[in-house]
Design a protein around this ligand. Sequence first.
Ligand code: NAP
Length: 266
Amino acid sequence: MGLLEGKIALIFGVANKNSIGWGIAKALQREGATIVLSYAMDKLERRVRPLGESIGCELMLQADVTDAEELDAVYRAIAEKYGKLDVLVHSVAFAERDALSGRFSAMSRQALLDAIDVSAVSLIELTRRAEALMIDGGSVMSLTYNASRKVIPNYNAMAIAKAALEAITMYLAADMGRSKIRVNAISAGAIKTLSAGGIAGFRDLLKYAEVTSPMNELVSQDDVGDLALFLASDLSRRITGEVIYVDAGYNIMGYTDVETLMQEVE
Ligand code: NAP
């Protein structure tokens, strides 16, 4: 029997087969979960529907995470079809291109507020609605990045949004604990995806991460999926409020002799 047999998992943020959310969907489904996918815009349906069908999804629902009515409709559909929810995955982020390059102090106030709203505050909106359906307790997780804790050039608005997301994770975990709902964040290493492409210099960052991480490796969507599986399952039953890294150790390094390492690789 799979680790997630009989569990219902709702995943926000699958845009295409490269999305981290898709790596998570595959891992949870592999262990028996029934997956519900939510995507941002109607125009994505063409790409998301075949993916969902390949893992037996019966519900694929459009919702902008800043639109209360669309979110209500997603949770209503789950209540009607399944009567409960066990796992919630927030794999959503957005920032304007201008807020992901150049000088930090030059960033527009509105661009920063929008990034925080879509990428962090939405976790509160999704979790509050999930609580009513998590009648047997549950597991909530989101995706963060180390730019929240260490300066990584160009992440600007997204770095601040991720810092907010990690703080929200702690406060939600404290708030939801009595309902036996655990809330954690996965801090993933850099992965080439649609939204990562919006960050200036991302290709160089990938190379740097590969060369300087202790394991000399990049992280894949499937690596993140397997950590998400652990967090979704009872194996992580007493873990809440944490930020857990899956980054081949990249975040622990303080200094690396990049020049020598690059020569070794070339
Ligand atoms: P992705 O495939 O582009 O996924 C991001 C998703 O967020 C997309 O489906 C996007 O939809 C959705 N989204 C944006 N605004 C939305 C809104 N208002 N309402 C609903 N959905 C919205 O990129 P990803 O890299 O897998 O990102 C998933 C998560 O992982 C994000 O939180 C990201 O910050 C995090 N993360 C990524 C990396 C990395 O290096 N890739 C590393 C660490 C953490 P649209 O395409 O329609 O905008």
